[in-house]
Design a protein around this ligand. Sequence first.
Ligand SMILES: *Cc1c(COP(=O)(O)O)cnc(C)c1O
Length: 229
Amino acid sequence: MVTENLKIVEDKIANACARANRERREVTLIAVSKTKPVEMIQEAMNSEITIFGENKVQELVKKQEILPKNLKWHMIGHLQRNKVKQLVGKVERIHSVDSIRLAEQIQNDYEKQGEIANILIEVNIAKEESKFGLMPEETEEVIRKIAVFPNIRVKGLMTIAPFVENPEDNRLHFRNLRKLLVDINAKNIDNINMHELSMGMTGDYEVAIEEGATFVRVGTGIFGNRIYM
Ligand SMILES: *Cc1c(COP(=O)(O)O)cnc(C)c1O
């Protein structure tokens, strides 16, 4: 199932890139393996997938210990400060930094181990009440403060768009996230030159690619529905 699904996802990514006049290599697929067993990850590995996204620190670390070392792991879920030290040196990106307090914790824990954290700032671009993430208006101010942390590199912005039936309904949100990135880059803040946009999930990644996504986070579309117990 995973192999077939990945073919479909890969086709859709390639087509979305073509429609947007973008190169396929500008977009990185993150296979979101949360709640799924290592056997399914191994099946994805057989289709040349090497980047996996998880939303729980413990699950990420456990899977990483079992699986080959060439895989790259991305922390995409809400991150509690007391869990940061377990992530140091283990993830290629933390997608979900949404406060200065969390960034301070990352700075301290990474500094202790002499590591650099590559992070994305999570923005609640549609201003949904129930969502994590910074409001668009406060994002620049928070980035200015995080910019001075020596062990953190701010690589870009991330958003979880609203759950919608029609992916077109999220197009404006994706466009707005890209605009926010361009606008903040234009302020020429020291140490801030962002190139990454993590946006688009199973329901809307094609629209996200058309609007400039560089990371798409696809779970269900690759591994099937998740069962939570
Ligand atoms: C679960 C999750 C995804 C993947 O969602 P799908 O709709 O299954 O593709 C993407 N991003 C984040 C932050 C997630 O928690």
